[in-house]
Design a protein around this ligand. Sequence first.
Ligand code: RNT
Ligand code: ZN
Length: 412
Amino acid sequence: MENFEKEYAKLGIDVKKAFARVRNIPISVHCWQGDDVLGFEGVSKLEGGIQTTGNYLGRARTPEELFADIEKCFAYMPGKKRLNLHACYAILGEEQGKVDRDQYKFEYFKPWVDFAKRLGLDGIDFNPTFFAHRRVKDNLTLSSPDEETRKFWVEHGRRSLEIASRLGKEFGKPCFVNIWIPDGFKDVPADRLTPRLRLKKSLDEIIDWPGYDKKFVTIGVESKVFGIGVESCTVGSSEFYQNYAARKGICCLMDTGHYHPTEVVSDKIPSLLCFYDHIALHVSRPVRWDSDHVIIFDDELKEVAKEIIRNNAEEKMIIGLDYFDASINRLLAWTTGERSMEKALLYAALLPNEEMKKAQDEGDFTKLLYLQEHAKMLPFADAWNAYLKEQGLEEDYYSPLKEYEEEVLQKR
Ligand code: RNT
Ligand code: ZN
């Protein structure tokens, strides 16, 4: 046993067990950090209340470039990984410009399947893309009063479920489909109810559609408090989706950047665990607003991980990453974020969780406080390095990715 392991063992913590546990938790890594959420449809501007800022060199502009970048940086990400795709990353080939999102099919994503299999990934997750498109009318999609618009987006939702069920089947386990829409109002609306009733109806029309294999999809709905340009009302609010998901038997997705600044998702996880079979996360980092900064190993990320680990909820949680920074090297951003998530999970798995719970139940808050503070001084850095080593990795992912910048990205 190495010295750091002995320190953990004193608190009854089995380091090797923690490594194995964390290594087995799938992290769905988003494809959209690589190209500033633009996709392959020829869109040049992100819309829908979300924004990337920065203009760092080397943005991936084609499927080939994005594949290459993903392959490169995934090699430096520890743990079990899935790939999270958006519909706007369809590879349309000859049909480019001829088909719209209401006609998308599995074939456009087949190259992604082959790619993910080649990389040995755990699977692919999927997101219909309801933003940055000419059919978004007055900032509305599924809640639009314009029936043609609403129907178009319902059809896109259905196509997405079909594609997702095929993706799930390819990997022999459910594909997680996340529904996020940008719908909202910039200024004070006169009616906050009818748009929500229309959203409810649209979601029913998508989810109740019989054209997809339910066995291979898990559906989630992502709420939000506000977006840029839709500051006064968000149709898909937290209350709306939590109630919808509970009634419909689907799951909620909580994005850590989608709540009021003093609310934390970590405290919402145990509340939802009382009621739901699955809870999905978009792990992001809001800085003053839903800015989607790269996630770092900070206190709230640790709290989120603690709620997953100490409640033995890893099987119930669907962990996805959602950040996009265009102001720094995108591959380093990607990897830094994924590693932060892994670090937080490992950190949580190396805490004396049982002993702390016991102290709480016995009303021994003195001991609880002591243990919490003591745990902060455990040799976590050594444990992290050993965790990486076990997977053939080391702490320095900067040098190889910087080299890739010089050799590949600078030439784009
Ligand atoms: C937007 C949501 C949504 C997107 C991605 C690209 O506020 O967080 O999840 O970030 O779907
Ligand atoms: Zn999100």
